[in-house]
Write a protein that binds this ligand. Structure first.
Ligand code: ATP
Ligand code: MG
Length: 138
């Protein structure tokens, strides 16, 4: 499903739509260029899910954990990963297969470790600084 985003004010509505489309699927992969708006959109998903702690980019660690009424939410940013073995070392499987929400930025860095099923979210900048957010269950 495609969502047009004209301003950040649209993101809460789009986040609700993407969560509905996901149904029971908890693993979300975010594709998009640097600065496309992955972290920003994840913030809105967390907010719809009831997270009240501050959600920022996991700058100092590969994974951040947030509390929500439905349990922990894990937010990954694999941008700085040099090799997939670093994800093995951090025990990525315990997170990916935990049944908790996992929001993953730069999944390209762990392309061999991705689960079979996930929600693929693609964010593209279009003309006039608008964004197109496409979400599909894989
Ligand atoms: N829908 C939007 N409309 C306008 N500005 C936005 C939107 N989404 C994000 N931005 C702005 O774009 C900038 C980059 O956003 P963000 O950090 O979310 O990108 P990112 O895809 O996570 O980047 P990175 O690959 O570096 O992690 C921020 O300044 C943010 O406020
Ligand atoms: Mg980011």
């Amino acid at each position: 499903m495609d969502f047009k985003v004209s301003s950040p004010a649209d993101l809460a509505h789009v986040a609700s739509g993407v969560l509905q489309l996901a149904e029971q699927e908890k693993v979300f992969l975010f594709y998009g260029d640097m600065g496309a708006g992955k972290t920003t959109f994840i913030k809105h998903l967390c907010s719809v899910l009831g997270v009240t702690d501050a959600t920022s980019s996991p700058t100092f660690s590969i994974v951040n954990e947030y509390n929500s009424p439905q349990g922990s939410i894990f937010h990954f940013d694999f941008y700085r990963l040099k090799q997939e073995s670093e994800a093995l070392d951090m025990g990525y499987e315990d997170y990916f297969y935990s049944g908790n929400y996992c929001f993953i930025e730069w999944p390209e860095k762990v392309s061999n470790l991705l689960p079979e099923k996930f929600v693929k979210v693609e964010i593209q900048l279009t003309e006039n600084f608008e964004r197109l957010i496409s979400a599909n269950k894989i």
